[in-house]
Design a protein around this ligand. Structure first.
Ligand code: SAM
Length: 289
């Protein structure tokens, strides 16, 4: 197919809402392009290239973040949690939350939530074949709407522990919307034993954080900012942080996502390569009674 006919096919794909804006990149589609997925358009691919140029290694970071997501869901499933709310879930890719959770227990349920309607367009395929998985199009800032949506209530029993996922998401939320206050509000709905699976784009170098943030804003995406390690850690306030090493000996802090419970890799507070100035600060926290 020529690139023109490929773009025409994209425009007329019947899965997409007729009013879908394909001319401005979105976070979900750009992230899909970074991961090498097919559910994105030319402006998203251009945006993926632009962020990679601004911060070489962003593509690798996206892959490492997916690895963390997978290990996080498996770990929380092994704690006995069987229901997950995956906020800002992104487009379906490999090792999606329901696949990991259902490999531990085939009856595990997953509510995927994303602001981008394209996630629902592609998620319908999942819905068709999986009765304990659903997709909700919603803004995570509307906590009431997410938690009281019919789809959420249909799959989640709020008297039992829930795995709440905020993986590579809160940097999309500007300070004015109180990203860390939102985490508290979600946990008010959840009983003791519930867990947070969390990662956030992080830099201790203010210039690196500012340059990356400005580039994403210039590309026209609705976004928050890269935050410092201390700021990122605020998401876990009030929760008991799980040790990031598989043997449980490492200090209970957030770490570079690639080093979180990743076999024999020693957990690191940031990448050891000094050229990697931006990383996903990651961890799991549990709500105690
Ligand atoms: C970087 S992707 C992360 C996807 C997935 N959580 C992962 O880590 O692989 C961020 C996702 O959050 C979604 N998102 C951004 N702002 C959101 C909001 N206010 N409410 C719900 N979803 C949002 C985007 O559409 C995108 O799919």
């Amino acid at each position: 197919m020529t690139s023109d006919s490929a773009q025409e096919a994209e425009r007329t794909d019947s899965r997409y809402p007729p009013d879908l804006d394909m001319s401005t990149p979105t976070v979900a589609r750009t992230y899909d392009a970074l991961l090498g997925g097919k559910d994105n358009f030319q402006p998203d691919r251009d945006a993926a290239m632009a962020v990679e140029q601004t911060n070489p290694g962003t593509t690798q970071l996206a892959l490492e973040n997916r690895g963390f997501l997978s290990r996080g869901v498996r770990y929380v499933s092994e704690l006995g949690i069987r229901q997950f709310i995956d906020l800002g879930s992104g487009l379906p890719t490999v090792e999606n939350t329901h696949q990991v959770a259902q490999s531990v227990d085939p009856n595990a349920s997953v509510v995927y939530v994303d602001i981008d309607p394209i996630v629902l367009a592609h998620g319908r395929a999942i819905l068709a074949e999986n009765s304990t998985t659903t997709v909700v199009t919603a803004d995570l800032r509307d906590v009431e709407r997410v938690m009281s949506a019919e789809e959420t209530r249909g799959l989640v029993d709020f008297s039992r522990p829930v795995g709440l996922m905020l993986v590579s998401l809160l940097h999309c939320v500007p300070d004015k919307d109180d990203p860390f206050g939102l985490v508290r509000r979600y946990f008010e709905w959840l009983p003791a034993g519930s867990a947070l699976i969390y990662s956030h784009l992080c830099a201790s170098d203010e210039d690196a954080a500012r340059t990356f943030t400005e580039r994403v804003h210039e590309l026209g995406m609705e976004w928050g900012r890269v935050r410092s390690p201390d700021e990122c850690a605020r998401a876990l306030d009030g929760l008991e942080i799980v040790s990031p090493s598989t043997d449980g000996s490492a200090a209970r802090t957030l770490v570079d996502c690639d080093t979180w419970r990743n076999g024999d890799i020693e957990p690191q507070p940031r990448p050891t390569d000094p050229d990697k100035q931006i990383w996903e600060h990651a961890g799991v926290g549990v709500k105690r009674g």
